[in-house]
Design a protein around this ligand. Structure first.
Ligand code: SF4
Length: 210
């Protein structure tokens, strides 16, 4: 089966399994998603949601992130790894968004990736989940692992994987494919012990006996 045909089948099957694919991060507006996504680097969405539950009650608007002393913001997110760097990036990004973007989270890859701590993965998540824009494909550890196991790429570099996936995925599915692979990676195709016998796409997976 050709890779692009196989991918369409994978999307079709995974959509049946996960009918509402979306980010697991909780947020009410684009800047809250921005904060949650920055916090989520190299930690779990569960922990981020626990921290943002209180954070988003205390910080109602983007201005609140620049009004408090940096030390206070650090303390408020201190249960998350790299909290000092993340606090600095969130605060500086808030300042830039207020000054240069009229307090609105920018809607382009170019503008988003100019903000501190924002690479393509974060920008893709924000663009799709806040604005419904399919600009690229967010490649996290699950997307990377499943793309390799499913034979959709031979690369290990996330940017190269993203390009490989974009070449074979219809543009309107770019945001969804990332969520589908993440959901399947968490539930079934786990890193250490993939549950092949429970897997809805095992018949078209070349790694179904690893
Ligand atoms: S068959 Fe196994 S390796 Fe392939 S996607 Fe399913 S769980 Fe992952």
């Amino acid at each position: 089966m050709k890779t692009d045909v196989k991918l369409l089948k994978i999307i079709e099957l995974l959509k049946k399994e996960y009918p509402e694919p979306k980010t697991a991060l909780n947020f009410k507006n684009p800047f809250e998603l921005f904060v949650a996504t920055v916090l989520s680097a190299q930690t779990t969405d569960v922990l981020v949601n626990k921290v943002t539950e209180n954070l988003f009650q205390k910080y109602n608007t983007i201005v609140d992130y620049v009004r408090v002393p940096l030390e206070e913001l650090e303390k408020d997110i201190s249960s998350i790894n790299f909290y000092k760097t993340k606090a600095k990036n969130i605060r500086r990004s808030a300042e830039i968004i207020i000054e240069k973007h009229n307090s609105r989270v920018p809607m382009t890859m170019d503008e988003l990736t100019k903000l501190p701590g924002v690479a393509r993965k974060t920008a893709n998540i924000i663009l799709y989940n806040s604005f419904g824009i399919n600009e690229g494909i967010a490649v996290d550890t699950h997307v990377k692992r499943l793309s390799n196991r499913l034979g959709l790429t031979k690369n290990s570099d996330p940017q190269k994987i993203e390009l490989d996936l974009m070449a074979i995925t219809p543009k309107e599915e770019w945001g969804i494919i990332s969520h589908l692979l993440i959901l399947h990676g968490r539930k079934v195709c786990q890193a250490k012990k993939p549950k092949h016998e429970q897997c809805i796409i095992r018949d078209i997976c070349p790694s179904n006996d690893i």
